[in-house]
Design a protein around this ligand. Structure first.
Ligand SMILES: CC(C)(COP(=O)(O)OP(=O)(O)OC[C@H]1O[C@@H](n2cnc3c(N)ncnc32)[C@H](O)[C@@H]1OP(=O)(O)O)[C@@H](O)C(=O)NCCC(=O)NCCS
Length: 314
């Protein structure tokens, strides 16, 4: 195939197409579920009706004029690339960020890859004895992310398309309030946008994980819970009350010394998670909560937020 031509037609760089070509090679892809089953599957994956309607409308039917040969190639090879790393736990971009305003096939290409991998990953879960309820709760993060991306006027997706490959590779499990991400020696914690982060809910989720991982992944030996987040920035304590859920969450961790992380601007990440917009000017952001006022005042004072990592023993 002609990588340059494919890249030009997809509106991305030749390096990005070359990466997919190299990582996927001729490894097996996975078929999409039947279109007739899509509504039920999307519902199980927590996809809201407006997003589900778009996904069904752009479905890669064999003769669909929405699907050019380049898009079909990318869907097939992206699925193969992610599938080849089943069981892996590093962040893995499934392919280049696409110009999504070109239509539903462009907008949701990586959603179709996710749907193709649902069978693959649920089989993997079953081999590890993971209960169906955990599989589906975990995989329903797709619907949550699509809804957030819609709220964000589609600004959120470039990160989400990589994040969601953790789910389809069996790296992340949602156990109660938290998502637990397998690693080398630490389970890394992620906090979905699903209501308050009460200490009780956090403790219950940690307890669940303490039983879950030895049972389902007996060859892996975890010694700590870890987390990397804007939520761990100690500067938040200048603004939030001591008994707020965020401060109480922070108190569990021992922080690592601050290090800049390449490609990660915490000021942008805070805007993502506190305002669900990356492009609204500071002076137009809402000031409805203590945290929203804190974030804006801090940035207006010329200060910055930091992405911090911390851990505590299992
Ligand atoms: C993590 C999270 C659940 C904490 O919410 P919480 O349990 O309400 O936290 P706190 O009790 O510490 O909240 C203290 C104050 O900040 C506000 N606040 C907390 N998180 C907020 C958010 N994401 N956006 C706006 N305001 C928020 C609360 O409303 C409260 O203000 P108020 O007293 O004026 O109502 C919430 O921030 C969230 O859903 N974040 C999105 C997901 C996320 O950031 N994950 C981590 C990614 S690295």
């Amino acid at each position: 195939m002609d990588l340059e031509d494919t890249a030009a037609r997809l509106g991305v760089t030749v390096e990005e197409v070359g990466r997919v070509h190299r990582l996927a090679g001729d490894r097996p892809s996975a078929p999409l579920p039947a279109k007739a089953d899509a509504p039920a599957i999307l519902d199980r994956l927590g996809v809201r009706p407006d997003d589900a309607a778009e996904v069904v409308a752009g479905w890669p039917d064999p003769g669909s004029p929405l699907w050019t040969p380049e898009l079909r190639w990318l869907l097939d090879r992206s699925t193969a690339l992610v599938r080849a790393d089943l069981g892996g736990h590093q962040w893995l971009p499934p392919g280049p960020a696409l110009p999504r305003d070109r239509g539903p096939a462009w907008r949701h290409l990586y959603v179709y890859a996710y749907l193709a991998l649902v069978d693959v990953v649920t089989n993997y879960h079953r081999e590890h004895g993971i209960p169906d309820a955990v599989s589906w709760t975990t995989l329903a993060d797709l619907g949550r992310n699509l809804a957030i991306d819609r709220r964000m006027n589609r600004e959120g997706w470039p990160v989400m398309q990589s994040w969601l490959t953790l789910h389809t590779r069996g790296a992340v499990y949602e156990l109660g309030r938290l998502q637990h991400h397998r690693g080398d020696t630490a389970l890394s914690l992620h906090i979905p946008d699903s209501g308050p982060l009460t200490p009780q809910a956090v403790t219950a989720s940690l307890d669940e994980a303490r039983a879950f991982f030895p049972r389902h992944f007996p060859d892996e030996h975890y010694t700590a819970f870890s987390c990397g987040s804007w939520l761990l920035d100690p500067q938040l304590r200048e603004y939030l009350p001591e008994d707020s859920n965020i401060v109480r969450f922070q108190q569990r961790f021992e922080l690592e010394p601050h290090e800049e992380q390449e490609g990660l601007d915490a000021d942008v990440e805070v805007r993502r998670f506190v305002f669900r917009t990356l492009s609204t000017p500071l002076e137009q952001l809402p000031r409805d909560t203590v945290l929203q006022r804190a974030v804006v005042d801090h940035l207006r004072a010329g200060r910055h937020w930091y992405w911090r990592r911390g851990r505590f023993p299992i």
